[in-house]
Design a protein around this ligand. Structure first.
Ligand code: G3I
Length: 534
């Protein structure tokens, strides 16, 4: 969850020296101290004595925050002060007669008092707030309207108030932005860190390309910035599937998956493993394997034990899709059953082992990775009643027979005109079994619905429809899945152009939370609004 406060918005007027781009209207650069090394210097800030950038437990979001230790009050109330002074140290360029929002988060001893100020270079003050602290993180917000001749402002914060001697404070996530950002046509996105709004730190995940993908996360600083800034978990979109990890029998390829897990750990992210067993994206040798039922079971168990076992010791790999899509599209029969619908008659696992492959896979996964949450993952169960019924029957059977299972993944590849009430009821039906519920692959298609809703343009109106749908889905999830059963919510990709949907249907579509320039879409704000309950 480290973050580079960056690249999430259409360009603003800020005179930033770095190459980062901020939300429309955001003027604070390095407001979260993420772009500063540990120590006593921070770009765009003037630190007073006893101040330094720290990381670890005292951070609100991202990896870094500012620590202020007031060893003495000094003789001048402004001796111990922190100033946000902008890129060139002269202050923040502003427009005259314009409304701005100042916001900063602070944690300090209950009862301690701190002065937050927005002023002019000649030390005249536009606004000063003396805040009494609570002991927990609290946000200080000032609304400023510049005068006719204001062109630059400074933002000093000072701690030289009686009672503060010997106290320690932490500050993070400073923002100074236009109250009404320039109209980009899309409704504003102001969320700083999506994951930070998640109740009880429920995982907020994103599927990422990796390995030799041309847009691999590991080769894309722009995607890294978005992932680190907004998400707390990643799922490998492809490279942890059987075809990638065991390309030849007994020959495993760990390089790309290890690199992704290393990235996650280096950036404070967890990993949801996807997927130990699936009827597709398995290597040819598996597809063409021949042997007795026991030999099939042995081959299957060997793969699961190798993969789940390899990452069992990595605290970051917290859960797995053990079996993916074991039921037919129509719902009630197993995929691979000769009587299944025409799309669903192939599954080497069902055909060579029978339905017991599912429970054997879960047992093998539990044995190999006893600390990981084990999920059954499928699509359409948010609306397909027969398939939902089949999944619930599987779960209840497993629970009754102590077959290990921890949760169900709702992939949620939904259409823009999805019925949220159905989604709510289906999520609840699985939650009522007592297992965890995880939204594992959320995306929204606009052009593959009938009639197409978008045809060829993602208009601001469509963006707001997207925002509303995401808000409603996330709210429904939070309403019906008890906190202890929330496996989290994962979106299936970073930027719209990365989505599998585009190649699937060969039409334009806008299924995700970021435009192709990595700027955030209103749907991200809808997610944030649902998480924060606003
Ligand atoms: O890696 C090869 C590359 O070497 C080759 O040049 C290229 C062109 O043939 O293909 C690349 O493999 C593609 C792979 O994605 C990586 O980009 C496969 O052809 C392509 O079929 C594969 O599509 C993935 C799809 O699963 C496979 O069924 C999508 O990216 C991925 O988003 C999608 O994800 C699935 C979930 O795993 C399970 N739930 C459904 C979801 C959507 O189908």
């Amino acid at each position: 969850m480290s973050s580079v406060e960056s690249s999430i918005g259409s360009s603003s007027s800020s005179s930033s020296s770095s190459s980062v781009v901020y939300p429309a209207g955001e003027l604070a650069i390095n407001g979260g101290f993420e772009e500063s090394p540990l120590g006593t210097a921070a770009a765009n800030w003037v630190l007073g004595s006893g101040m330094r950038i720290v990381e670890g437990e005292h951070v609100l979001t991202g990896n870094r925050a500012l620590e202020v230790v007031v060893t003495t009050l000094g003789s001048n109330p402004w001796d111990i002060q922190l100033v946000y002074s902008g890129a060139d140290g002269a202050g923040v360029p502003v427009l005259s007669g314009t409304e701005y929002l100042y916001s900063i988060w602070i944690k300090g001893p209950a009862g301690a008092r701190v002065n937050f100020t927005v002023g002019r270079p000649d030390y005249q003050e536009l606004e000063r707030r003396e805040e009494t602290l609570t002991g927990a993180w609290q946000q200080v917000v000032l609304e400023i309207t510049t005068s006719a001749d204001d062109t630059v402002l400074r933002m000093p914060t000072h701690f030289s108030i009686s009672g503060n001697a010997g106290a320690t404070f932490h500050l993070d996530d400073f923002s100074f932005r236009l109250k009404n950002p320039p109209a980009t046509g899309y409704s504003p996105v102001t969320v700083a860190h999506l994951y930070a709004l998640s109740p009880n730190n429920m995982p907020i995940g994103v599927a990422v390309p990796a390995g030799d993908a041309s847009i691999s996360l590991l080769n894309s600083p722009a995607r890294q910035a978005v992932v680190n800034q907004h998400f707390s978990q990643i799922t490998a979109e492809n490279i942890m599937k059987p075809s990638y990890l065991q390309p030849a029998q007994g020959t495993f390829f760990w390089t790309h998956a290890d690199a992704l897990v290393n990235y996650a750990e280096a950036n404070g992210l967890t990993v949801h493993g996807h997927t130990l067993l699936w009827h597709t994206q398995i290597p040819n040798w598996m597809q063409n394997f021949s042997g007795t039922r026991e030999q099939w079971l042995d081959m299957m168990r060997t793969h699961i034990a190798a993969v789940a076992g390899r990452y069992a010791g990595r605290n970051s790999v917290v859960s797995w899709d053990v079996v993916n899509e074991a039921f037919e599209d129509a719902g009630s029969r197993y995929r691979g059953d000769p009587l299944a619908d025409s799309n669903s008659r192939v599954s080497v696992w069902y055909e060579n082992i029978g339905p017991e492959y599912i429970e054997e896979a879960f047992k093998a996964a539990r044995a190999a990775a006893p600390n990981a949450d084990l999920y059954y993952n499928d699509f359409s169960i948010e609306w397909n009643q027969p398939k939902l019924n089949a999944v619930i029957a599987l779960v209840e059977d497993f629970l009754a027979r102590d077959v290990p299972i921890d949760g169900v993944g709702f992939q949620m590849h939904v259409w823009a005109n999805a019925n949220v009430n159905n989604i709510r009821n289906h999520l609840k039906a699985v939650a009522d079994t007592g297992v965890k519920v995880k939204i594992t692959e959320l995306d929204v298609r606009f052009n593959h619905v009938s009639p197409p809703l978008a045809a060829n343009a993602y208009t601001p109106a469509l963006a707001d429809q997207h925002k509303q749908l995401i808000r409603d889905i996330v709210k429904a999830y939070l309403d019906v899945v008890p906190p202890a059963q929330r496996g989290g919510i994962t979106v299936w990709g970073v930027a719209d152009g990365d989505s599998w949907l585009l190649s699937l249907y060969g039409r334009p579509d806008w299924p995700l939370f970021f435009f192709n320039d990595m700027s955030p879409k209103p749907a991200l704000q809808g997610f944030a609004d649902a998480l924060s309950g606003s």
